[in-house]
Design a binder for this molecule. Sequence first.
Ligand code: 13P
Ligand code: SF4
Length: 337
Amino acid sequence: MNAPAIPTGTDLIAEIQRLKKARNAIILGHYYQRPEIQDLSDFVGDSLELSRKAAETDADVIAFCGVKFMAETAKILSPQKTVILPDLKAGCSLEDSCPPEKFRRFRAAHPDHIALTYINCSAEVKALSDIIVTSSSAETIIAQIPPEQKIIFGPDRHLGGYMSRKFGREMLLWPGVCIVHEAFSETELLKLKAQHPAAPVAAHPECPPHIIDHADYVGSTSGILKYAKESPAQTIIIATEPHIIHQMEKAVPEKNFIGAPGADGNCACNICPYMALNTLEKLYVALRDLSPQIEMDDAVRVAAKRSLDRMLEMTADQSGAPKMDGDLGPRDLAHRG
Ligand code: 13P
Ligand code: SF4
């Protein structure tokens, strides 16, 4: 059944703020959301920061402005809360690349490997994993895994490959990619660099190696934002989803940020089509109707929480000091959802 129409003349921003109070809701937004949604969010962050906020909040409702795997993560960490996502179709190409049954079979074929899994995956795949990582936590986590322990890294082969090169450590990589970061063009990037020879490049590790090779900084969305603020450069080329530039322009309006180009030099192919599904209208309706909500099987949730909790524990001190006692080896898959 379709949601009731929005009355003509509704002041969406005022109504969202009113409903947020009435529902005791918090709005969590990712940097890739439309600027108007970022501006309405109580907190804007990267995947790790948003997970922490979701785990800590005392709000009754989490309105998650991001993609489904992020809202699911909020539900896994805060099951007693109502978690709403403006558009349930906001998926992710990395999640789509990794169907749980295929992943289960892959794990079963490599029983001596630990599964480090990027947070961009379904709750079912989290439940089949040992430790979840994000782009800002992967390095800290891998540094704590004994060198002799074999690793499966999925579903992002570029983040996994980047970590593998960084640590000089072989890993079995799942062949998934982010369609957004995959679309950057090396040829066009080199042309842009020639036009702005003093501009450093900041890139997300979801980019393929031919883009990473030209980067002066590689990090998560929060890391790229910090670099943009702190770099002495006046012009910076940003190789990640361009909506993050909104936060950069707010923080340092005197600097010039240029989105890295796609294949025809000027396409919108680097806009995440899934993130873009969330709109103010859908956020308003979600808060008004408390729908669509994230729901999941309890056994899956409990198993997925174990691998997420491991990430949160292992990064409680981002200095890299080991936080886990005991066995970091692969766990028995028999009890997984
Ligand atoms: P981070 O915000 O954790 O860097 O991840 C980016 C991303 O893939 C969002 O889909
Ligand atoms: Fe998935 Fe890429 Fe969109 Fe992030 S930017 S949600 S990894 S498709």
